[in-house]
Design a protein. Structure first.
Length: 399
């Protein structure tokens, strides 16, 4: 034991001098060098692990959870301007939302979260030793690519099959962290491993909401719900009228059956005024409509734009709103329409992606090099660069 201590004492002297040479406050002049081994003796006398590294004692790692607080309440806890139950409410920290602790004041914590800085009761949040497991549960972990092109592999080793390539600055949800590797969700059809040394990891938590932000959000949600309800009612009315007209036409001519199978039913496209709309206006309208559902959930087999859709359910439902009928699955959607080159694609065109040559994902091109798609349960409906993975083909149903 004594032998180990003297060795470590020497390291401590060297380390102290090095630190002092960098103008950092090390307070080396307050401790006689000859007394360092005594200090270490006292330190080690309280430890069972004699192999503990002296570097960890001198330079303890600052945990990312050190000043983190996460609300654990039935709904929310109020954030107040002062450490007083009667002081003004600035905002709300909802359940499982996180904040950074700035200072402790008795039973109160001064925190900052989002745009709100104020006081909350410490009894309503989890901190300290209990925070890590909760943070890993409620936080969303992301990997940001920091190299030009990175291979996504089926297994966590360099000899494993390459599933796809991802470009710099793209961000993917992390589903598992291993030594030197992270498993990420590219889309629901591709989940693979990327080398840790080529990514930057970050954790995203829900944040507090100010009173003003809450009011604006509720008003926006109300307007959106009313707008969706109006569109749904109008679409149902148009579909009803179209169905009646189809029955009438079928009694007059058998040729109407062929028109019913065309990929675009202009009589059902946004009412009577839409027939005069230009192709570019239609493309813009499709994109603007699709953007309304960014952030909504991914549900395999789903077609609901609000409650959950998979990739092809999302594209089918968006196009249906404009009277454009496309097949249900990404693979069959890729067989219709007009195949065009990437250089020719415009807003509203469909971009298809494959795994080992088999198409299994689709998104809508929204312009400026971006695509929106129902990606995966981890990310939902999201916007990415169109080449966040290598495209297989581009198809236009608008011509």
């Amino acid at each position: 034991m004594r032998k180990n201590v003297y060795k470590l004492a020497t390291l401590c002297v060297i380390g102290t001098l090095s630190i002092a040479g960098k103008s950092m406050v090390a307070k080396a002049n307050e401790i006689p060098v000859a007394g360092i081994d005594v200090i270490l003796d006292e330190y080690y006398s309280g430890r069972d692990d004699e192999e503990y590294k002296i570097e960890e004692y001198l330079n303890p790692e600052i945990s990312e959870y050190q000043n983190l607080a996460i609300a654990q309440v039935s709904n929310y806890v109020n954030i107040r301007v002062k450490a007083d139950d009667n002081s003004k409410i600035l905002g709300k920290l909802y359940n499982n939302s996180a904040a950074t602790i700035l200072e402790e004041k008795g039973e109160w914590l001064k925190i900052t979260s989002g745009t709100v800085t104020g006081y909350i009761k410490s009894e309503y949040v989890v901190t300290g030793d209990q925070i890590k497991s909760l943070a890993q549960k409620v936080g969303k972990r992301y990997a940001v690519i920091n190299t030009t092109t990175l291979k996504v592999r089926e297994k966590a080793n360099l000899n494993s099959e390459v599933l796809t390539l991802v470009p710099i600055d793209e961000e993917f949800a992390v589903t598992k962290e291993l030594d030197g590797w992270v498993k990420v969700s590219i889309d629901n059809d591709i989940k693979g491993y990327i080398a840790l040394e080529y990514v930057t990891l970050r954790t995203e938590y829900k944040e507090a909401e100010s009173i003003e932000e809450e009011k604006a959000r509720l008003e926006k949600e109300k307007r959106k719900a009313e707008e969706i309800a109006r569109e749904e009612a109008a679409r149902n009315a148009i579909q009803s009228q179209s169905s009646s007209a189809s029955v009438s036409r079928s009694n007059d001519s058998s040729s109407s059956s062929s028109s019913a199978t065309t990929k675009r039913d202009t009589s059902n496209n946004q009412g009577s005024n839409s027939n005069s709309s230009s192709e570019s206006e239609l493309r813009r309208a499709i994109v603007q409509y699709a953007l309304r559902f960014e952030g909504n959930p991914y549900v395999w087999g789903g077609t609901s734009l609000t409650n959950g859709a998979d990739c092809s359910g999302f594209t089918q439902s968006i196009f249906r709103n404009y009277g454009i009928s496309i097949p249900r699955t990404s693979r069959t959607q890729a067989t219709g329409g007009k195949v065009i080159s990437i250089s020719q694609m415009q807003q509203g065109d469909l971009i298809f992606y494959d795994r080992n040559g088999t198409i299994n994902h689709v998104g809508i091109y929204i312009g400026n090099g971006k695509v929106i798609s129902a990606s995966s349960p981890e990310t939902g409906i999201r916007i990415t660069n169109y080449n966040y993975r290598e495209p297989n083909k581009v198809v236009s149903y608008i011509d």
